[in-house]
Design a protein around this ligand. Structure first.
Ligand SMILES: [Mn+2]
Length: 339
């Protein structure tokens, strides 16, 4: 087991921690330095005595790696990046809370404008919209493709809204040069070649969590981008697959607080895809705020009943106004400001 200590922590806290290790577990552990990091290494046998969750209750502990994860440790891993990501004129992370709103799919110019105008009036700075849609069925609407990107960029030019849209294949990357945030969807979270290529650009990447991925696997996917030199990674928790069928997925709210604890990357929550039900979007968004999320991404449609994808989980325009008003007090109570 490798215990990575936080940088810049007062020596007396570390001493306290070492004393606890000695008294509670009878371990004679020492702090070593590697790649500018303070570490405590424990043998496999010693690790068996230690309760990992107790270690995390100490403020000086940054991250605990189990023995089988140590091979992946490059001395720089986690907490080496900015706590914020710049997108256009905005900063995501720290004391700001961002809302990304928009339709699941860009369906037409008229539809996109109806939604963009209203979310902008509600104070939103980031417009989402799928142009390329990875759908479970090949017979479902696959998105407008290139035309969809053009419509998004046209709205961006005229409104100043930042645009978030998904890249499903590297062959389309050239079309994304003016897109503000490139989304890597849950299905592509472990498309390592795509991640590696995105590590070579400097564009903000919104990395959604795969529906069956552990937090560790998700962070390792982020590493593929970060290790290529692109430090602008924003994580997005969007629900994982469990035995529960009432909701589309199960929002792993604990993942938000865990990411905040062990990684410096900003994290936003997508309650729409987690729930799959529109009335759950607001309570889950409030839970996300409470857990420390840096923002939420919500599906909004001018006429959800006629939406070509994900209508059931999309808020209509009036509902979205209410949503914005209702989450604001929660955001302020968590000492953040709405972006
Ligand atoms: Mn969707």
């Amino acid at each position: 087991m490798l215990i990575v200590l936080k940088q810049g922590v007062d020596g007396s806290y570390i001493e306290q921690f070492l004393n606890m290790m000695r008294l509670n577990y009878g371990l004679k552990c020492e702090v070593i330095e590697r790649s500018n990091k303070k570490l405590i290494a424990l043998s496999e046998k010693e690790s068996e005595k230690v309760d990992m969750n107790l270690l995390y209750s100490f403020d000086c502990v940054n991250y605990v790696m189990k023995s089988d994860e140590i091979d992946e440790f490059d001395g720089e891993k986690f907490r080496r990046c900015n706590t914020t990501v710049n997108v256009g004129d905005y900063i995501i992370g720290k004391d700001r809370f961002c809302v990304v709103g928009g339709p699941c799919s860009v369906e037409s110019e008229e539809q996109l404008w109806l939604i963009a105008d209203r979310i902008k009036s509600a104070g939103v700075k980031f417009l989402r919209g799928g142009a390329f849609k990875p759908r479970t069925s090949p017979y479902s609407f696959q998105g407008l493709g290139k035309k969809g990107i053009e419509l998004l960029l046209n709205v961006k030019r005229k409104t100043g809204l930042c645009v978030v849209t998904e890249l499903v294949d590297l062959k389309y990357l050239d079309l994304f040069s003016d897109v503000d945030i490139i989304q890597v969807g849950a299905r592509n979270m472990q498309n390592f070649e795509m991640l590696r290529q995105l590590g070579k650009c400097d564009k903000p990447i919104l990395l959604k969590r795969g529906i069956s991925s552990t937090i560790h696997e998700w962070l390792m996917s982020a590493e593929y981008i970060l290790s290529g030199g692109n430090k602008n990674v924003i994580l997005c928790e969007r629900g994982i697959r469990t035995y529960e069928t009432f909701t589309r997925n199960t929002l792993d709210i604990s993942a938000v607080s865990i990411i905040k604890k062990i990684s410096d990357l900003p994290i936003i929550v997508d309650p729409s895809h987690a729930a799959g039900i529109k009335w759950l979007v607001e309570p889950l968004a409030k839970a996300a705020v409470a857990a420390g999320a840096d923002g939420v991404m919500v599906e909004v449609h001018n006429c959800p009943a006629k939406a070509l994808s994900d209508g059931k989980q999309s808020l209509n325009l009036d509902e979205f106004d209410d949503f914005m008003n209702n989450i604001k007090p929660f955001v302020h109570a968590s000492n953040k400001n709405m972006l």
